[in-house]
Design a protein around this ligand. Structure first.
Ligand SMILES: [Zn+2]
Length: 429
């Protein structure tokens, strides 16, 4: 020790290793938790790219290698044509041979997916979610049919101060109830969560308040919006924020953090209401549920959409999603008394006997890599629905819009809970 340098006091000598250990422990905790930090957008995501959807991360086609020889030709082709494709839209990007499929991957390469020989499919299938057939016995199947089932509830949209930007808002002549879809879905989610927990489920809310999940804001997408259009820069940058980035961030939370057995996407439907400050009311009120499917030619042409579709197909998400959605649709119809909505457009098709269930390709039912039950009950600009929303949530039943009934939120949540309970009571060991 050189002259003039004071020795380190004894207590400090003891403290130093402790400080180093604390710092090290802190570093390890941060390092271990690192994968759970939401991803930043890569620079290429903020550019306009051919064959890619807005803001889509660059697809990793190698992910499909895990599914070699896990599905037979008949199942693959059957589901591709019957569920996922609008007409023969798939034929420009996927080629079916005797024992394999050639799939257009990125712009230069094709991926060869080998089929399983009938009856000798390799397993287990790589996926984070469990179909009911792989769940342990429920214990008390009557009282707790959802025992251990992991459910993520995604209350659609944001609401609050964002509702007008989202175009999910209206108010009559600037007075009275403000109808905001993002708040209606959150109120329903908060009622539904304890109902599902009582049935044995483990439940997460993807959004807990009236704020977005994404840390980004419309101004972060201004440069990208400029490359799309000169006239609607503000409108586009807002859309990139609340619709695309927000939904992709929710999917990241679901797929990377929660890893549930299913997602419930809660929405309220609407018909065109023209001016949101003086809306047009309609007599119609209806119910439908969406499963993922009916990809158009243009959607097959997008690399990221093709990969999501194939992951869903190879993970066998569809059969579970359809069975769950059909059961929930039946219980919702019974609880609400609503008639089915019928599509007459090319972007949706009916795939089973249920008049309520339609296959349609939405960002929010495509990017969650697990079964999604996507609900569209109640027309928000129907007069009766408007009165029921105005009555708010309440316990039990009371006279609202000429009828003694539950609050619209309790009715919605009860329908969903009953549908899930029925499904697991019927199918679980
Ligand atoms: Zn909605």
């Amino acid at each position: 020790m050189p002259d003039g340098v004071r020795p380190v006091p004894g207590f400090l000598k003891k403290l130093i290793p402790l400080l180093i250990l604390t710092a090290l422990a802190g570093y390890i905790i941060v390092a271990v938790r690192k994968p759970s930090v939401p991803p930043e957008l890569a620079p290429e995501q903020l550019t306009l790219r051919d064959g890619m959807s807005v803001l889509a991360p660059t697809p990793i086609w190698e992910e499909l290698e895990a599914y070699q020889e896990t599905i037979d030709r008949e199942t693959f082709l059957g589901e591709l044509g019957k569920i996922y494709s609008a007409g023969e839209a798939w034929k420009e990007t996927i080629q079916i041979e005797e024992d394999h499929a050639m799939i257009a991957a990125d712009t230069e390469n094709k991926l060869k997916l080998r089929f399983a020989k009938p009856g000798v499919a390799k397993g287990p299938i790589k996926r984070y979610w469990r179909p009911v057939s792989e769940m342990p016995p429920a214990g008390n199947r009557e009282k707790r049919p959802l025992s251990g089932v992991k459910i993520a509830i995604d209350p659609g949209h944001i609401g609050g101060t964002w509702a007008q930007m989202e175009e999910r808002w209206y108010q009559i002549k600037n007075k009275g109830t403000q109808v905001k879809e993002g708040e209606l879905t959150l109120t329903t989610a908060r009622i539904l969560k304890p109902m599902l927990e009582k049935l044995g489920a483990r439940v997460w809310l993807v959004r807990r308040d009236l704020e977005p999940i994404t840390p980004r804001r419309p101004e972060d997408f201004k440069a990208l919006a400029t490359t799309y259009s000169d006239s609607r820069i503000r409108w586009n940058s807002e859309k990139f924020f609340y619709r695309y980035d927000e939904i992709r961030m929710r999917a990241w939370h679901v797929n990377e953090r929660i890893k549930p057995d299913l997602v419930l996407c809660l929405h309220f439907n609407a018909e065109a209401w023209a001016n949101p400050r003086n809306p047009t009311f309609v007599d119609r009120n209806h119910l439908h549920l969406l499963i993922n499917g009916t990809y158009s030619k243009g959607e097959f042409a997008k690399q990221d959409q093709r990969l999501h579709l194939l992951k869903r197909l190879l993970q066998r998400i569809h059969p579970e999603e359809l069975a769950l959605s059909t059961s929930v649709a039946e219980a919702m119809a019974k609880e609400t008394g609503l008639p089915p909505w019928t599509y007459d457009t090319a972007n949706a098709k009916s795939v089973n006997d249920s008049p309520y269930v339609w296959a349609r390709n939405l960002l929010a039912n495509r990017v969650y890599t697990c079964p999604v039950v996507f609900l569209e009950p109640y027309v928000m600009n129907n007069r009766e629905v408007y009165e029921r929303i105005g009555a708010g949530d309440y316990e039990g039943e009371k006279m609202v819009a000429g009828k003694i009934r539950k609050s619209i939120f309790h009715e919605y949540a009860t329908g969903v809970a009953n549908g899930l309970a029925n499904y697991y009571r019927k199918t679980r060991r």
